[in-house]
Design a protein around this ligand. Structure first.
Ligand code: MSK
Length: 672
């Protein structure tokens, strides 16, 4: 870990409580969710906030990662620091148990993102084979660029021919047996990262293989070397990034590259006069069809007395649709139940990941129909409509019909929609960001950003990502970290439920710039805004770059900055933060972010404290090897300060190295 100017910055977290106010069931700060929660608690309706209280105190062994459940002779717990109680039944030490547990989280995250990617790939395959008549290539330009990046010939070829080759490369990335690098990773990373991954032997060759190998490596009686286990985990984490690239790029090809778009967020977007359908999960393949079907079936809704069909999003399906279609974002992870408790949600259509089984239990108290759509995602008592790409529009229309039928049974006495909704501007793909910057420098658009950092106008860039974790009140971590960063002139981009939190609080709007941005950030955004009169709206305080898989867009920006500066990623004043990380996917993302060279703040302690060795590798040694390291800090104000320290260190070093190179007429130093 570097030595920072702030001498209080150590690799250890502060003494802040690990669970804030654990007995308080008001575990949200989201103003919309709070209004609904009050009604739920008055009516003794159980929600995630009650269950979170009931789960406290959490098991200390599990919390630190020293409970081994890898074979059924266990669970074995590391009870003492020394002696016979310090090892599992097989003799596994704390460092083996902790490292195995944490990399298995990475395996889960990689499998999840990649399953999403596989579905998008299948859809593209069905399209080229003529079995997906409801889909099209919405962005031939993205397809051309993607094919060129992958080394596929595009000259004088039909789009579908090119897509066929792209799909084949994607399929090979799942199951390749030869020791060739993952194409959807290798095509996008910097030369420096490529060499680093080859040198450390963590360049993945195939996504499925990296997950399977990791599970095999960490099975009982296989690898007990914590460093080797962690490197196996990093290989799978890089495969996760490859899967994210497949998901993001092919979604752009099929559904279009996002451009700035105005919408609104928070539960107030649920409309009492319309048939309301929430699409929830991650995958745009179905939900894009639901949006199209809703437009086509407006008259059916009017026939039953509604004014039309209102599609709203939850979690990353919501983010996908917000980015491309401007669909309202109703809410995010921890407050998903609140959407049902408004009493005006007629259907919740879910695909995969981050969907609480509890939504069905709550729906049974209302008229709301919960419909699952994927073979691997069913909820007892919920209706299941198998979604097929070959009959996509028909399937989507069935879902709308279910919602219209349910609307007829809506009980007006139970309707309780909070009056909380906020304007936002989303849609900032890398292409859109470059387009905005190009109005100032058409030849080198990214230099507009890097020059602003080198001159001190901006402190750097932070990618805010990740979930809700109810160890503290929902969204408090996201909003506190964000306010600290923008006040200190950091340019923030956001994905996932972090973006959702920011949007729900009205902080993703142009209006928030004047209130929250420091002078440097304010002048930077205003200059961009003045140079882009073609935009129908002002630029927001935070740029929404998409869903969880779209963290790949954030990484693309970091690499574009590295290329512009003539250095590798570890020297770029760019960091990541997941103030409320929860899902296995967040562990996978954080791990590739560190491996790609980013200081990565995590505001919810992962289970690594049971081994000093593993803790030290992730927070300190990782920096020596890869240039990135975890900053594990549960206090959001201190977490933000540690991010600022990391950015300051990088800018300081970069400026010194640049000056030395100019003065001595030598190449720019590459060390970090
Ligand atoms: S939805 S993975 S809770 S960000 Fe992508 Fe939100 Fe985390 Fe799920």
């Amino acid at each position: 870990m570097p030595r920072y100017r702030d001498l209080t910055h150590t690799a250890r977290p502060s003494d802040a409580p690990r669970v804030v106010d654990p007995k308080n069931p008001i575990r949200t700060t989201d103003p919309g969710a709070l209004q609904v929660l009050k009604m739920a608690q008055d009516s003794k309706i159980e929600t995630v906030f009650d269950r979170s209280v009931a789960q406290n105190p959490q098991c200390a062994f599990g919390y630190k990662g020293i409970c081994c459940r890898i074979c059924i002779a266990g669970p074995c717990r590391v009870k003492t620091e020394e002696g016979v109680g310090s090892r599992g039944l097989c003799g596994a030490s704390a460092y083996t148990i902790v490292s195995r547990n944490v990399v298995r989280l990475i395996a889960g995250g990689t499998a999840s993102h990649s399953e999403h990617a596989r579905h998008v790939l299948h859809t593209a395959h069905a399209l080229v084979e003529g079995h997906a008549q409801d889909y099209e290539i919405k962005s031939p330009a993205k397809l051309q660029k993607l094919a060129q990046d992958l080394g596929i010939d595009t000259l004088n070829r039909e789009d579908k021919e090119i897509l066929k080759d792209v799909v084949e490369v994607g399929y090979a990335d799942f199951g390749r047996y030869q020791d060739r690098p993952l194409a959807f990773l290798d095509a996008f990373i910097t030369e420096g990262r490529r060499k680093k991954f080859q040198h450390t032997n963590i360049m993945p060759t195939a996504i499925d293989r990296s997950v399977t190998e990791l599970i095999a490596q960490t099975a009982m009686g296989v690898d007990s070397d914590p460093v080797n286990i962690i490197f196996g985990g990093l290989k799978a984490a890089l495969a996760d990034l490859g899967g994210e690239y497949i998901g993001t790029t092919l979604s752009d090809v099929l559904f279009g590259i996002p451009v700035p778009i105005v919408s609104e967020a928070n539960l107030g977007v649920i409309n009492p006069k319309m048939v309301n359908i929430a699409v929830h999960g991650h995958n745009p393949v179905l939900s894009e069809m639901v949006v199209a079907a809703a437009r086509a079936m407006k008259e059916d809704a009017i026939k039953v007395g509604a004014e039309g069909v209102n599609i709203v999003g939850i979690c990353c399906t919501g983010n996908e649709l917000l980015m491309r279609e401007g669909v309202y974002l109703a809410t995010s992870s921890a407050s998903q139940e609140m959407a049902i408790l408004t009493g005006a949600l007629d259907a919740m259509v879910v695909d995969i990941q981050c969907i609480y089984p509890a939504v069905q239990t709550l729906a049974e108290c209302y008229h709301t129909k919960v419909v699952t759509t994927e073979a691997i995602m069913k909820i007892p008592n919920a209706q299941h409509i198998a979604f097929n790409t070959s009959s996509a529009m028909n399937d989507a229309k069935k879902l709308i019909s279910i919602a219209i039928e349910a609307y007829k049974k809506r009980d007006p006495k139970k309707v309780n929609i909070p009056n909380e909704r906020h304007k936002l501007v989303a849609g900032f793909s890398l292409e859109a960001i470059k387009d905005i910057l190009s109005k100032i420098n058409p030849d080198r658009p990214i230099s507009v950003l890097t020059d602003a950092i080198l001159s001190g106008q901006l402190k750097g860039v932070v990618l805010m990502a990740g979930c809700n974790n109810l160890r503290r009140a929902q969204d408090e971590g996201h909003i506190t970290v964000l306010k600290e960063l923008v006040k200190n002139d950091v340019f923030v981009i956001a994905t996932g439920c972090s973006a959702g939190a920011i949007a729900k609080f009205g902080l993703m709007s142009p209006e928030a710039v004047d209130t929250y941005a420091g002078e440097g950030l304010k002048s930077f955004l205003k200059t961009l805004e003045a140079a882009n009169p073609q935009l129908s709206t002002g630029l927001p305080l935070v740029f929404h770059v998409g869903s969880c898989v779209d963290n790949s867009r954030g990484m693309d920006l970091a690499m574009a900055m590295a290329n512009e500066l003539g250095v590798d990623v570890p020297k770029v004043p760019f960091a990541a933060s997941a103030p409320e990380a929860m899902h296995e996917k967040a562990v996978a993302i954080g791990s590739w972010a560190v491996t790609m060279g980013l200081p990565t703040h995590v505001g919810a302690m992962p289970p690594v404290e049971g081994s000093d060795l593993v803790y030290g590798v992730t927070t300190q040694i990782a920096h020596d090897v890869f240039g990135g390291n975890f900053i594990l800090e549960v206090d959001p104000v201190i977490g933000a300060q540690k991010l600022l320290n990391a950015l300051e260190y990088r800018t300081w070093k970069l400026n010194i190295h640049k000056k030395a190179a100019e003065k001595n007429n030598t190449p720019l130093a590459q060390g970090w």
